[in-house]
Design a protein around this ligand. Structure first.
Ligand SMILES: [Zn+2]
Ligand SMILES: [Zn+2]
Length: 411
């Protein structure tokens, strides 16, 4: 899961000090004035590569959009599930002749957030992410389902300078042989500047005003004063229902890991109760009257781990259904940050179902038409006992190698 980690330069909105952020950071922490602000993008994070100062005055400054994708891609075929790691970027315009990819530039230059005051014409993407990266939109007949988890999706704008009828690279200054001179005229919505910018939200509890806890990559902030949890929603924070599983054997060495528990609503398959899942997955359990009444819940780690472990944890939790020793209060012990958003957990539900389906020949073709929404969800903290290099879930016996956690944290 190693790969390029991009850096963003941003001055502190409070004191103006220069700060370098990692692409995965959701919190800006100023080491000078100690301000902590949550970064809320309007849609995807949008960055630009600054032009060289000598080029800025050479002509009209335009920015070409590129889609950036980094994450795990999963596919379901009759021979099973496969996954691969994708780390790529590609131009978001149809115009032929443009540089197809940014190459190594984002690794060697610092990115900046696109803001309302950023000078230059920002060209609106013509292609959606799926259109720009055809490899992601797999139309192979053998593939029944496709999902992406743990992804960084953003737009990167790269500068070009139009001087007379010629284009120049806005960073290196060398002339661009293509696109043709009529490029500027043929571009759609050339005048649209999608400078939506980014909003900085104070990391204070919206309920009691206490400073919330969370590391830079956290997607859920915790208020330990009023025991509440919050995730970004729109341009502010919205409360997240939480629960913790606290068995009597838990002690101060117990680590708590976050999981999304979701109540899915499937459209395209008769799957509403636990009994339905027992049947479809051919689980070694009897479909009793109780299981027919039991709600169907799907779990997903709320933290990033490698794809095989992600799939294993999804399946083990969903089959085991850990409901015992439930507490509304959050554990006082160290707990691991939630850095996998609910939306990605939802996108993994059908993949989790696919790996459990027993009769693949009969049911896999139906995955193509299957869609899922989440009716209810909550963030659950599950206890894991510290056993040397591993964390072990006491009820399920599920083991997680500790290095797998730090690895996921880098994504
Ligand atoms: Zn500051
Ligand atoms: Zn609070």
């Amino acid at each position: 899961m190693k790969g390029s980690s991009w850096q963003i330069e941003q001055s502190c909105p409070q004191c103006g000090a220069p700060i370098t952020l990692a692409e995965t950071d959701h919190i800006l922490e100023c080491p000078f004035c100690r301000t902590r602000l949550y970064l809320v993008p309007n849609g995807h994070f949008s960055y630009y590569l600054p032009p060289s100062p000598s080029m800025e005055s050479k002509g009209e400054l335009l920015y070409i959009p590129y889609w950036r994708f980094r994450g795990s891609s999963f596919t379901a075929t009759l021979s099973g599930l496969s996954n691969r790691f994708v780390d790529t970027n590609t131009v978001a315009l149809k115009t032929p002749g443009l540089q197809h990819s940014l190459g190594l530039r984002p690794q060697t230059l610092k990115l900046h957030f696109v803001a309302a005051e950023t000078k230059g014409r920002f060209i609106k993407p013509e292609l959606s992410l799926e259109q720009a990266l055809p490899g992601l939109n797999n139309t192979n007949r053998e593939v029944f389902h496709h999902a992406f988890i743990g992804e960084a999706v953003s737009l990167i704008y790269s500068p070009v300078v139009l001087h007379g009828k010629s284009f120049y690279d806005g960073i290196l200054g060398r002339p661009l042989s293509s696109p043709g001179a009529d490029f500027a005229e043929t571009l759609p919505s050339l005048n649209d500047a999608p400078k939506t910018g980014i909003k900085f939200v104070p990391t204070l509890c919206p309920y009691c005003g206490w400073e919330m806890e969370g590391d830079k990559k956290s997607l859920v902030m915790i208020c330990k004063n009023c025991d509440s949890a919050w995730k970004p929603g729109g341009q502010t924070f919205e409360q997240v229902e939480t629960a913790a599983i606290m068995p009597p054997q838990a002690d101060e060495n117990t680590a708590y890991l976050p999981f999304w528990r979701m109540k899915p609503k499937f459209d395209g398959m008769d799957l509403t109760s636990y009994a339905d899942l027992i049947r479809i997955a051919n689980l070694p359990k009897a479909a009793t009257a109780d299981t027919k009444k039991a709600p169907l819940h799907f779990w997903s780690p709320a933290f990033k781990v490698n794809p095989p472990l992600y799939l294993r944890l999804c399946r083990q939790m969903t089959v085991f259904r850990p409901y015992e020793y439930e507490s509304e209060a959050l554990p006082k012990n160290l707990f691991y940050q939630a850095n996998l958003p609910l939306e990605e957990a939802r996108d993994g539900i059908i993949m989790n179902l696919a790996q459990m389906i027993a009769d693949k020949k009969r049911l896999y073709p139906r995955l193509r038409e299957l869609s899922v929404s989440v009716e209810e969800y909550r963030l659950e903290y599950h206890p894991f006992f510290n056993e040397g290099r591993e964390l072990i879930h006491p009820g399920m016996g599920v083991a997680i190698n500790k290095t797998a956690l730090s690895m996921g944290g880098e994504l």
